[in-house]
Write a protein that binds this ligand. Structure first.
Ligand SMILES: Nc1[nH]c(=O)nc2c1ncn2[C@H]1C[C@H](O)[C@@H](COP(=O)(O)OP(=O)(O)OP(=O)(O)O)O1
Length: 157
């Protein structure tokens, strides 16, 4: 199993707008998602989140700007090698402007217009709670096509 990060830049508290990226390559290509990727050997989740956010959309943050909003585990019964967990962070302060990179095309969405149909199927279960200020932990099992959610257990606090 490997570990990844997911950074969600938002404006407002509670969140009114969110920056998502249309993923152009790799895992989740063609979906809108937060910004993140694999945690490298010897790297902390926070350091990886800062690095991936800058690499994928050019926003620069300090580790102290990361608000830890939970951890999720994703598994794919027919593809155990894809099993991974995700450290999820919200950021409200950054330097720079979002810019398109080879990996992601960033787009701002008003929270009521978040394009859940063009995102990972689990997001509609937990992202609304996170945007209202909750923390989430949980686990998601995907179907064979790696698109539909077969089982989901999310705890919000
Ligand atoms: N079901 C899911 N729901 C969600 O909201 N985000 C997910 C998700 N499954 C994976 N992610 C996120 C976590 C992470 O930010 C990204 C996948 O990272 P990966 O490292 O696997 O892919 P990349 O192709 O970006 O590789 P690197 O950038 O090279 O690390 O997608």
């Amino acid at each position: 199993m490997y570990s990844t990060t997911l950074c969600l830049p938002v404006q407002g508290k509670p969140a009114e707008r969110i920056l998502l990226g249309m993923k152009k390559t790799g895992f989740g290509c063609g979906k809108y998602n937060g910004f993140g990727g694999k945690i490298e050997d010897g790297e902390t989740p926070a350091a990886a989140a800062v690095r991936e956010l800058a690499e994928e959309c050019g926003l620069k943050v300090q580790e102290s700007d990361l608000e830890d909003v939970g951890k999720l585990m994703f598994s794919f019964p027919d593809k155990p090698e894809l099993e991974h967990d995700v450290y999820v962070y919200i950021v409200r302060n950054w330097q720079g402007e979002p810019e398109e990179t080879t990996e992601m095309k960033p787009v701002w969405f008003d929270v009521p217009d978040i394009p859940y149909k063009e995102m990972w199927a689990d997001d509609s279960y937990w992202l609304p709670a996170v945007l209202k200020g909750k923390k989430v932990t949980g686990s998601v099992v995907f179907s064979e096509d790696q698109e539909a959610v077969d089982y989901i257990s999310i705890r919000t606090v």
